[in-house]
Design a protein around this ligand. Structure first.
Ligand code: NIG
Ligand code: FE
Length: 713
């Protein structure tokens, strides 16, 4: 069963900008299966539709995920030196004609490996994501040989796999004339037409073809040859046209059915008419206008009169627009080009998507893919009005919500501060998780009592994330790599399955971003959510071997046919593995024979579980059990560690739902955890069944904090 189908998410009382306009009143937005499943005014609450939905957010402004439909994000080096030259009065064209400009980025980009280009481009992509982008177009154009143009396109495709964002790629082989073709522009155009375009199409590396139709670029006749080649190879067409002069490039592109003509400061009425007739989108790039300190304004009023849709994009590139902030572009589109805030926002959502040939995206409408942004503002116009980072509260990509800073959870991080140098504690170092966070340890709370309630246990585990954070806050910081708080997944409506699905999505998003997720809290039902996230993350691999190592007094293998609870997660996982044809590898250490029925032991034997009972784990057996764990780990692709804190003796961990009469002492547990860490395969961990309600002196929270400290070193 795909994870999306189990979870419905509901946003309540949001002001909606639907991609074209602001809706009249506060709305509820329902997301299911990665799509928008409901959109209705909040005053008429639709019980039937919202049935079973988890509340994902309330208040604020919701827009479609932003679309940046024109970028040159992939390149090496930078051109800060040229920026200074231009400020001294040298023109962009003069710099280009002297072998600088685009060609200077070409030299750096040709010399860079794919990995180096990824490393250089990823922070720029992350900046766009942090400002709400869910779809971005990326052009080549700094390679200008077949191989290096394809290299850039491969990097662009890989960027789309590294981050939760849709990447559309465009081959811009005709960006500038490479020096080795000086004086032979037509020969270079032949190379683009006969080799580059067919290769990019064959390898499915490009979605469209673009040209720079300009005096310092390519003539209309040359562009026309390129359009014919693009059409012959089934690729869409775009143009950089009328940026520095009027060569009629936009009208030419429109005649070839181009998706868009971009820049267009020098566009005339004939060009506007041609675009209107062809349905070609006008892509406005106020960043380049601003950086080049241009004065010729694009013909906005004519575009309005003819009903040509206007998109707005960052044009992020090293020369004319080294700016990775789409909301700033909305502001510049208004202040420099006199767009209304509504037009600017439509330009970065619905019209941006149209410029990429994907008119179903960039919209908030029932049935549309759920790429959404929730902003901490009152009115959509504020996005264009104020230039301010940090207003994005949530970014939803394909139905999965990426949690950003969570004020509630961050409040726990306070404690003592010492005057000595190098005396930091966790509360001084931990950061709220952000879109652009470098990979590190990510703490994610699961504030849930529902599994224990359904299992007829003592509830209280929902408070665990905050109590463990408070205990961890004062521990000494010995880490090198960063640690983040990713907020809490809650379960306030009794819908455990939906909460587990949300947990899974968040865990998956953290793994996708390169973090080590460490989930705190809830009863052991947390395990099904945690595992689902790892499974989703690995689901591209055929039958991944996930090893589950559970330190627990209980198997938690009860039959899930009747009810899903804190007693069933590993049986649910076994079922999921069976459905997917994946191996089920489960080690359960610390089991108390007295607390598990014969039926459960039989179930464990059937499922080939590696079982070590509490009394078997002693000083004398530690080495051999450690070796068994090593062997178990060696057979797996990835390890998921789950610790039910009731594996510890009641005196060490009194704050649990079911205190252990015997248990496995911390001094025996720790060396085994060290061993798992040393395997290098640990991808995910969680700490379950901490119940602050029954804790004494915060002992249990402190043990949990110590375990996190150990796991994170
Ligand atoms: O969109 N106009 C041509 N291409 C880019 C600039 C590229 C560069 O200067 O590196 C643009 O502005
Ligand atoms: Fe451009």
């Amino acid at each position: 069963m795909p994870m999306h189908s189990t979870s419905k998410q509901l946003w309540r009382d949001v002001q909606v900008f639907d991609g074209l306009a602001q809706l009249d009143e506060a709305m509820n937005v329902l997301v299911e299966d990665g799509r928008i499943a409901g959109l209705w005014p909040s005053r008429t609450f639709d019980e039937a539709l919202a049935q079973g939905a988890v509340e994902a957010g309330r208040g604020g402004v919701m827009t479609p995920g932003l679309v940046d439909c024109h970028t040159h994000l992939v390149y090496a080096g930078n051109r800060a030196g040229e920026f200074e030259q231009r400020l001294e009065g040298v023109s962009y064209e003069t710099i280009a004609r002297n072998g600088g400009g685009i060609l200077s980025s070409v030299r750096a980009t040709r010399a860079a490996s794919e990995d180096e280009l990824i490393a250089a481009s990823l922070p720029r992509l992350d900046a766009l994501l942090a400002d709400g982008v869910t779809m971005v177009e990326i052009k080549s154009g700094y390679g200008l040989t077949v191989e290096s143009e394809l290299k850039m396109l491969r990097v662009a495709r890989r960027l789309g796999q590294l981050r939760p964002v849709r990447v559309i790629t465009t081959l811009l082989g005709a960006h500038a004339l490479p020096p080795e073709y000086a004086g032979r522009a037509d020969d270079y155009v032949s190379l683009v037409c006969n080799e580059m375009i067919p290769a990019a199409a064959r390898e499915r590396l490009a979605d469209a073809v673009d040209v720079f139709c300009e005096g310092i670029g390519f003539s209309p006749a040359q562009c026309e040859r390129i359009y014919q080649a693009a059409q012959a190879n089934g690729l869409a067409i775009k143009a950089h046209a009328e940026q520095l002069s009027n060569l009629g490039g936009s009208a030419l592109a429109a005649r070839y059915g181009a998706l868009s003509a971009d820049h267009i400061e020098y566009l005339d009425e004939a060009g506007v008419r041609a675009m209107a007739e062809a349905g070609t989108v006008a892509v406005l790039l106020p960043g380049a206008f601003h950086v080049l300190r241009e004065t010729q304004l694009p013909p906005i009023e004519l575009l309005r009169q003819y009903g040509v849709p206007m998109a707005v994009a960052s044009d992020a590139n090293p020369g004319t627009s080294p700016i990775c902030m789409p909301t700033l572009m909305a502001n510049l589109a208004c202040t420099l080009f006199r767009l209304t805030p509504r037009e600017a926002l439509a330009g970065m959502t619905a019209h941006g998507a149209r410029a990429l040939g994907l008119p179903d995206l960039g919209r908030i409408a029932v049935g549309a893919p759920a790429d959404l942004c929730l902003w901490d503002i009152q009115q959509p116009a504020e996005l264009a009005y104020a230039v301010q980072a940090g207003r994005l509260r949530q970014r939803v990509f394909n139905g999965a919500t990426i949690m950003l800073a969570d004020r509630h959870s961050m409040a726990a991080w306070s404690g003592r501060t010492d005057p000595e140098t190098d005396s930091a504690r966790w509360h001084q170092r931990i950061r709220a998780l952000a879109e652009d966070s470098q990979p590190g340890l990510a703490l994610l709370g699961f504030a849930c009592d529902e599994g224990v309630r359904r299992n007829h246990g003592r509830v209280g585990a929902a408070a665990a994330p905050q109590s463990v954070r408070k205990a961890l806050a004062n521990l000494a910081w010995h880490r090198q790599a960063p640690a983040y708080d990713a907020g809490d997944v809650t379960c306030e409506d009794g819908d455990l399955e939906a909460a587990q699905a949300r947990l899974g999505r968040n865990v998956c998003a953290l793994l996708d971003a390169g973090h080590l997720p460490l989930v705190i809290g809830g009863g052991h039902e947390v395990a099904f959510g945690s595992w689902s996230g790892l499974a989703e993350h690995l689901s591209g691999n055929p039958a991944p071997k996930i090893g589950i190592v559970n330190f627990d007094a209980h198997f938690d293998l009860r039959d899930p046919a009747h009810v899903h609870s804190s007693g069933t997660p590993f049986a649910q996982i076994a079922e999921q593995c069976a459905v997917r044809g994946w191996p089920f590898r489960y080690a359960c250490l610390g089991v108390s024979r007295a607390s598990n029925t014969r039926a459960l032991f039989a179930r464990a034997a059937e499922l080939n579980v590696l079982v070590r009972e509490d009394h078997q784990i002693r000083e004398a057996t530690l080495e051999s059990i450690g070796a068994e764990l090593d062997a178990f780990a060696a057979e797996c692709d990835a390890l998921y560690l789950t610790i039910d804190i009731d594996v510890l003796p009641a005196c060490e961990a009194p704050g649990v739902s079911a205190p252990a009469a015997r248990g496995v002492r911390l001094e025996l547990l720790e060396p085994l955890l060290e061993r798992l860490k040393a395997s290098g395969k640990l991808r995910l961990a969680d700490l379950a069944e901490i119940n602050p309600e029954y804790d004494i002196d915060n002992r249990t929270a402190k043990v949990a904090a110590r375990l996190i400290h150990l796991l994170s070193l």
